[in-house]
Ligand binder design. Structure first.
Ligand code: LRH
Ligand code: MN
Ligand code: MN
Length: 424
């Protein structure tokens, strides 16, 4: 299904007076609003193909119905939310969860919906049917060279498929590690992983990037071979200029200062990509901004500071992506909420008075520093984000229109109540 332009127009007209009043106020309060709006229009967030179905836990999975049954239907779903918010213009695929023989057809479909192909994701954390060797004890780190070779070949195959889609980056997340002390020789595991990554790196086409994603724990609970940003950065530095660290907000030990990590990675020119989500405990993969919106704002504040210092374009300099999935929400509603939270945090961070902050920092005026940051964080940025969305042809209130148009009901009618999307 697709949403018709007249439906978006009718919805927008109904809300026009209210929006105009709120936007006029925001514009009067924030003289830099036009500059911010042009940045918001450019800013696009990649949607992971695995977030379109209901995410399960290891205890159960409760499908909401109407889930996409194929890669084409996943793209159709992202097309729907992009139509509504005009900020979800990219898709990130996970191989082998996403399968096709018709690359050109899928590309045409994505193009029709205004979507490009973000980073490709390989999967060596599950065994696939018919696979010769098991990843039970790791993949790129494995003590047995034959297992490593199989995992390397898979990553190179993912690059090949990515080329066919027109992607330009590969994200490698490894579950590799150990569950009990003594199980693994840390140094050998690191060296095996490095050697394996070197082979994958050598297969990257000219303009491609390799993102090394780290994660502190799960599924291994004693050690993870790419367990933190230090280990990821070591790999990225040893591999070369096309290799970068990828930060997933849920992949840290509790209370980690993620905004500081981001700042230093940017300083080193090694921050490549981002997986947005939120968490209370571990890698909860909750809706971005649902738990710690201030942290999200502080991260954006450092991202903007670091990117501006290096002259990196906000929209194209890094790979921006959501990585969340749920048991209790409609996945499309959840994604609309995540994108909105990201756009709000980005806007609030753009509103920070950077010059005044630099002066206050220089004067060690801690109180003033906090006032400056929190003034921006407490600004109601909703009308600014809404204005940017309206100018791009999106809906004033994407979630409300999604519900009014009964999109989920229509997807269930078209696809059935018992469909299951491939993914987590
Ligand atoms: C690992 C992870 C990684 C995977 C995705 C499915 O927890 O964040 O990015 O590829 O989940
Ligand atoms: Mn991730
Ligand atoms: Mn994760």
């Amino acid at each position: 299904m697709e949403i018709e332009k007249y439906q978006i127009d009718a919805h927008n007209q109904e809300l026009e007076t209210e929006h105009q009043r709120r936007f006029d106020f925001a514009a009067a309060e924030n003289p830099q609003v036009e500059n911010i709006i042009s940045k918001l229009i450019q800013f696009q967030i990649g949607i992971p193909s695995w977030a379109l179905g209901t995410g399960g836990t290891r205890f159960g999975r409760f499908s909401g119905g109407g889930e996409p049954r194929s890669l084409e239907e996943k793209i159709e779903d992202i097309g729907l939310i992009h139509q509504l918010n005009q900020s979800s213009g990219a898709v990130s695929l996970h191989i082998p969860w996403d399968k096709t023989e018709d690359y050109e057809g899928v590309k045409r479909l994505a193009n029709h919906h205004g979507l490009r192909f973000d980073a490709m994701n390989s999967n060596t954390f599950q065994d696939q049917p018919g696979q010769a060797h098991s990843y039970k004890f790791g993949s790129l780190q494995h003590v047995n060279k034959a297992v490593r070779k199989q995992a390397i070949a898979h990553n190179i195959e993912v690059i090949r498929q990515g080329v066919a889609f027109g992607s330009d980056a590969l994200t490698v997340w490894l579950a590799d590690g150990s569950c009990f002390p003594g199980q693994l020789n840390f140094r050998k595991a690191f060296q095996n992983t490095l050697e394996s990554l070197e082979e994958i790196y050598a297969a990257l086409p000219e303009k491609w990037k390799l993102f090394v994603e780290y994660k502190a724990f799960e599924p291994n609970f004693y050690s993870t071979t790419v367990g933190d940003w230090g280990q990821s950065l070591l790999f990225a530095n040893k591999l070369g200029p096309k290799a970068y660290t990828l930060v997933d907000l849920g992949h840290h030990l509790p209370n980690a200062n993620i905004e500081q990590i981001v700042s230093l990675l940017l300083m080193e020119g090694k921050l490549g990509g981002f997986h947005f989500n939120d968490s209370k405990y571990g890698d909860d993969d909750l809706t971005a901004g649902s738990m710690k919106p201030y942290q999200l704002f502080l991260i954006f504040n450092e991202l903007i500071e670091g990117m501006d210092a290096k002259g990196i374009d906000h929209a194209t300099g890094l790979g921006w992506m959501i990585d969340a999935s749920h048991n209790v929400k409609d996945p499309l509603e959840d994604l609309l909420q995540s994108v909105e939270a990201i756009m709000l945090a980005y806007t609030q961070a753009l509103l920070v008075d950077k010059e005044a902050l630099a002066v206050a920092q220089q004067e060690n005026d801690t109180v003033k520093c906090q006032e400056i940051l929190q003034y921006a964080f407490r600004t109601d940025a909703r009308a600014i984000v809404q204005e940017a969305r309206l100018r791009s042809g999106g809906a004033a209130k994407p979630l409300a229109l999604y519900r009014t148009l009964k999109v989920r009901e229509k997807l269930i009618a078209a696809r059935g109540a018992k469909t299951i999307a491939t993914g987590l």
